[in-house]
Design a protein around this ligand. Structure first.
Ligand SMILES: [Zn+2]
Length: 445
């Protein structure tokens, strides 16, 4: 029988060294039965048909892990070839030569360079530093592996999936000089063997920032707002230059809560995270985006503190229970005295109030009574039927209802305390975050 084994592999000491390295190193862990076990497994596999070095080596992956499946497989084959040389009859039924297609992988590993090239081609449009390879194997490959493991066991084996992922990953990394990242890869290449194509999973880009809204009537997002409005939302204003810069296909706006459409967002601004989906660019000058928004929007919406972040910060942003400071302009149905207002505010300042879900948001929130603390209230301006208040309060306080009472659903409330119907004329968030003393100057109104 003509052997296809390379000349140098026939060198006995070479084979011996390889054999010692692959099997001998684990000698102490195994008794003679163990070695016999390895030979038994190898024999059974070669009895079924020809097997490539990688597929035979993979069945012993947990032994001599630093060696690699290819070298490990070649060592085992060479050892069996030596045995056949010694006793041809006993080993003649084994398909040890390299002249047939591997029955385990169907020759898949011969095509591995093609798959690597396809990955490179598919990712050409994308900017990325890190990647990961995943494989969706065909039914035939997984059935063959199942059959093999049923026949010979899988005590030392690694799955074909893991082998493909690692091999393609190694070659791809060598070719592209990009790094493999198991936790947060920029691109995940899925080798979809059944459909014979490479699919891409692109990690979104997350950008944190704070926005200020200096004009009333701008909704935070288009989503969820059904009113008759023509203004672009804060989300759209921020998304437009970002989608352009990152060459993204879509976006999702994550806000740390939201203010009413008719309330302004001033002071230090409200934190948000913009998620850009399917970005083709990842290296973007965020300062330029801030400037672009400023140029496009004049002084209506402003964005600053832009920085890159990741998905984990979205959940912490969403669960942020930030206190707020409001500037609230109140209108009274009839004239009230300044002293009356000051007296009424004493019953709110430093108090916990009970707010039953406002009628205006009942359609989207459960009807519950919530307790909220009003840390401080200050009368900063007064003029007959109007007053300006600064209110420092706990996250989730409904200011409009604190003033109107919302048909008694918020208690105490300013209208009841004054005995005069009061309503909110204008509302601004002037500080997002921890309550602290601050000066507020409000001009004439
Ligand atoms: Zn194979």
């Amino acid at each position: 029988m003509k052997s296809l084994v390379k000349e140098e592999d026939w060198n006995c000491s070479y084979v011996h060294r390889k054999y010692r390295k692959s099997i001998g190193a684990s000698w102490e862990k195994m008794d003679k039965g163990g070695v016999k076990g390895i030979l038994k497994i190898a024999r059974k596999i070669f009895e079924e048909g020809a097997v490539c070095d990688r597929c035979i080596g993979r069945q012993f992956s947990t032994l001599c892990s630093g060696m690699g499946n290819l070298a490990r497989g070649r060592s085992i084959r060479n050892f069996l070839l030596l045995c056949r040389e010694e006793d041809e009859d006993a080993f003649d039924d084994l398909h040890l030569d390299y002249d047939e297609v591997c029955w385990v992988c169907g020759g898949f590993f011969d095509e591995i360079d093609e798959w690597v090239e396809r990955c490179v081609e598919r990712s050409q449009l994308y900017e990325y530093d890190t990647f990961l390879v995943g494989t969706h194997i065909s039914g035939l490959l997984s059935e063959t592996e199942e059959y093999l493991w049923e026949r010979v066991g899988a005590s030392y084996a690694e799955s074909i999936k893991a082998d493909i992922n690692r091999e393609v990953g190694k070659k791809l990394s060598g070719l592209t000089e990009k790094e493999v990242d198991f936790s947060r890869p920029d691109i995940t290449f899925i080798l979809d063997i059944p459909s014979d194509e490479v699919k891409l999973g692109i990690r979104p880009v997350f950008v944190y920032g704070r926005y200020k809204k200096y004009e009333r009537g701008i909704p935070q997002t288009r989503c969820g707002y059904t009113g008759d409005i023509y203004n672009e939302s804060v989300e759209e204003i921020i998304a437009k230059p970002m989608l352009h810069a990152f060459k993204g296909e879509g976006e999702k706006f994550h806000g740390a809560g939201r203010e009413d459409i008719d309330a302004r967002m001033m002071g230090n601004g409200r934190p948000f995270i913009m998620e850009i989906r399917d970005p083709k660019r990842r290296i973007v000058n965020l300062k330029k985006i801030e400037e672009e928004i400023e140029i496009n929007r004049g002084k209506t919406v402003e964005v600053d503190e832009l920085r890159f972040t990741d998905k984990r910060e979205v959940s912490s942003l969403k669960s942020l229970r930030a206190d707020k400071t409001y500037k609230c302009e109140v209108e009274f149905e009839k004239e009230v005295k300044e002293e009356e207002i000051r007296d009424a505010l004493k019953h709110i300042k430093g108090r916990k109030i009970n707010q039953r879900t406002p009628t205006r948001v009942l359609h989207r929130r459960a009807d519950l009574v919530r307790e909220r603390e009003i840390y401080d209230v200050e009368l900063v301006a007064y003029k007959k039927k109007r007053a300006a208040l600064r209110i420092d309060c706990e996250c989730g306080t409904y200011i409009k209802e604190l003033i109107t009472g919302d048909f008694g659903r918020t208690r105490p409330n300013l209208s009841d305390l004054l005995g005069v119907k009061s309503s909110v004329k204008e509302l601004d968030v002037i500080r997002f975050g921890r309550y602290e003393n601050m000066d507020l100057k409000i001009g004439d109104f």
